[in-house]
Design a protein around this ligand. Structure first.
Ligand code: GNR
Ligand code: NI
Length: 173
């Protein structure tokens, strides 16, 4: 289960619309394994495939936060079928935007349709951190980042900082 390098802003891959998975095969299973390895190592509570450079609608998730009670979830082709009118604000971060955190308002509850690792369809209701994380990951599948939900001023400031960092890294290489 190799840990893969993460894709960071301002890499334009993060703006791609990821493609639906047509069915499970060895390649998709290997991708899911690599995503869990990369997500747990980071560590993060969720990961979208595009964050390791694969534009497929695959998400790994584990909001348990504790090593002794892992609750890994694989979401293939996830779709939100309903969301509450009620919103909730939560501090978010993103592995593709290291060490930057900001509050985002999103629907408090969602209904989620997805396929599991056996390509079996499920529909579940989610709230709390779980609901926030699902929405953050589905945004990734559509080329959207949590900073897109902030003011243009804040977003521009973050993009500028990371663009400068990337240029310094390139200069050093
Ligand atoms: O690890 C992560 N933590 C997190 C915290 C609040 C809201 C969303 C997240 S997802 C993030 C990992 C990540 O970047 N997933 O795309
Ligand atoms: Ni993210």
């Amino acid at each position: 289960m190799p840990v893969k390098p993460l894709v960071f802003i301002p890499d334009s891959q993060l703006r791609l619309i990821s493609k639906p998975v047509q069915g499970m095969d060895k390649d998709v299973r290997r991708l899911v394994d690599d995503m869990f390895a990369t997500m747990y190592k980071a560590p993060g509570i969720g990961l979208a495939a595009i964050q390791i450079g694969e534009p497929l609608r695959v998400v790994t998730l584990d909001v348990s936060r504790r090593d002794d009670t892992q609750e890994p979830m694989t979401l293939i082709n996830p779709e939100i079928t309903w969301h509450s009118e009620e919103l909730r604000e939560m501090e978010e971060g993103c592995l593709s935007i290291p060490d930057y955190y900001a509050s985002v308002e999103r629907p408090d509850k969602v209904r989620l349709k997805y396929r599991d690792i056996d390509f079996k369809e499920h529909e579940i209701e989610a709230d709390g951190v779980f609901a926030t994380c699902i929405q953050h990951e589905i945004d990734h599948l559509n080329g959207i980042l949590f900073i897109d939900h902030l003011s243009k001023l804040k977003r521009d400031r973050v993009m500028k900082k990371f663009t400068k960092l990337a240029r310094q890294r390139d200069d050093e290489a």
